[in-house]
Design a protein around this ligand. Structure first.
Ligand code: F0G
Length: 450
């Protein structure tokens, strides 16, 4: 791995609550003194870094043929803890597009709306940016087995990176509550896939006990290497914006690792003078899986009450988010806020994003649904610039999309009446005779109605 004269980062672990700075992490990545989460911090002065030199180094690497330089994560390695190049497991993750969203901008009532599509990663979700780095750390630690509890995307990503790094992977997922697309990925990538008769939070509990007993490397987002890798999405975003921060960044909230990572990156970039001001980072949850929203709104962030979560956006069906304190800190420091959205609001937002030619999975669509609410609350102003982070690809959960367009998604649910307003967005497939006349008449009828 080539180094740069412009930056010698030295990262150390620190507990987010008691401030202890252990030399290494325990198997569950919790502080031995107080049990809270660990994070990396730069143990050197930010003044030793030349921001302009770093930016041009990162740009130069985009023309390189080196696998590490071609990764949108490892390209920014000066901001990451050191892992020797021979341990790097990469699928050339990151490098995801930033799209203008004109129709969604109109629907939300803002002038400048863009989406950073993290679903365009190798396994089609944002998890790959954290997984390349944490799987590399497992490789460095010579682990034979890696494991995670997941609502589907972490497991798909972990299975792929474990396979690339010649490691075995163990997946714990809630039975029946993840999409087939995600499940099929971990099977194809060779994971030992266990569908547990519980929810995501139940899978996490069992996994935490398992890693204390067996030499298995934990790859959930409590692993601080995951957070470090996921930070790079924000660095890449700012580079795409020519280092001009947007006014708002909006992310979905599940286990709250991603919001913590993006917020950490923003704060570090500000401290290193890579950017001059902080965007406001806001977190959106589904109403049925809203423990963080309630923590902030009802308890002023003083505690988080776990709940039994339920939402059709299965990726964020999480009732006891591990990283809530980290997320709270970045919310406060960036001046962002929290919002919750209904199932119908999520479904409509997903179809609106689709109508801009961009496919995402339901959990990603909470961002647009949340933006509309933040606009009507006045938290986001019409003239402010907004970036939505789309976390997963449309094809992760095609069942949801088909049911929505057929009008079945909310049949027999308490949302049935509210769902009537989604009708204009539904594009039901039509079955017609195999004749030219039938196709022309379908075309003419569609033309009249558009
Ligand atoms: N969007 C998607 C598509 C996700 O898969 C997840 C989390 C989130 C948003 C929320 O991110 O947890 O960092 O707040 N999925 C995890 C998984 C939990 O197991 O795949 P978060």
């Amino acid at each position: 791995m080539s180094t740069t004269p412009t930056a010698e980062t030295i990262s150390r672990l620190r507990c987010i609550s008691c401030g202890a700075t252990p030399e290494s992490a325990s198997e569950d990545f919790r502080c031995l003194a107080c049990g809270d989460l660990l994070e990396f911090f730069f143990s050197h002065s930010p003044d030793t870094i030349d921001p302009a030199a770093l930016k041009s180094l990162w740009l130069r690497r985009r023309a390189s043929r080196e696998p590490l330089d071609q990764s949108g994560v490892w390209r920014f390695r000066e901001l990451l803890p050191h892992i020797p190049a021979e341990h790097a497991v990469t699928l050339r993750e990151g490098n995801t597009p930033l799209y203008d969203m004109p129709r969604c901008a109109q629907a939300a009532g803002v002038e400048n709306l863009q989406a950073k599509h993290q679903g365009m990663n190798p396994t089609a979700s944002f998890k790959d940016t954290g997984m390349t780095f944490a799987a590399s750390s497992a490789h460095q630690g010579k682990f034979r087995w890696v494991a995670c509890a997941s609502t589907g995307n972490t497991s798909a990503s972990m299975a792929a990176y474990a396979a690339r790094g010649n490691m075995r992977s163990l997946v714990l997922i809630p039975e029946g509550k993840i999409s087939w697309g995600k499940l099929s990925q971990s099977l194809d990538y060779g994971a030992l896939t266990c569908q547990l008769r519980t929810d995501f939070d139940g899978c996490v509990r069992i996994l935490n006990e398992l890693v204390r007993q067996k030499p298995i490397y934990l790859l959930n987002s409590v692993n601080p290497y995951r957070i470090e890798g996921q930070k790079t999405a924000a660095v890449e975003l700012l580079e795409q914006l020519n280092w001009e921060p947007p006014d708002h960044i909006i992310v979905p909230g599940g286990n709250l690792g991603n919001s913590s990572a993006i917020g950490k990156a923003l704060i570090e970039m500000r401290d290193l003078k890579l950017i001059s001001r902080l965007p406001k980072l806001s977190i959106i949850q589904a109403h049925g899986a809203n423990p963080f929203y309630r923590s902030v709104r009802e308890f002023d962030g003083k505690k988080l009450q776990p709940m039994t979560a339920d939402t059709l956006a299965t990726a964020i069906r999480i009732g006891n988010p591990a990283s809530w304190k980290k997320a709270l800190r970045v919310l406060r420091e960036t001046g962002g806020t929290v919002e919750e959205v209904s199932e119908v609001e999520i479904a409509m937002a997903k179809a609106e994003i689709g109508a801009d030619g961009i496919g995402c999975e339901p959990a990603s669509a909470v961002t647009l649904a949340g933006l509309k609410k933040l606009r009507s609350r006045g938290f986001v102003k019409a003239g402010e610039s907004v970036v939505l982070v789309l976390t997963g690809h449309l094809l992760k959960d095609p069942d949801y999309t088909i049911k929505f367009h057929r009008g079945d998604l909310f049949s027999g649910t308490p949302s049935e009446a509210e769902a009537l307003q989604a009708k204009p967005l539904q594009r039901t497939p039509i079955v017609i005779d195999a004749s030219l006349g039938a196709v022309i008449s379908a075309l003419e009828s569609a033309d009249r109605n558009s």
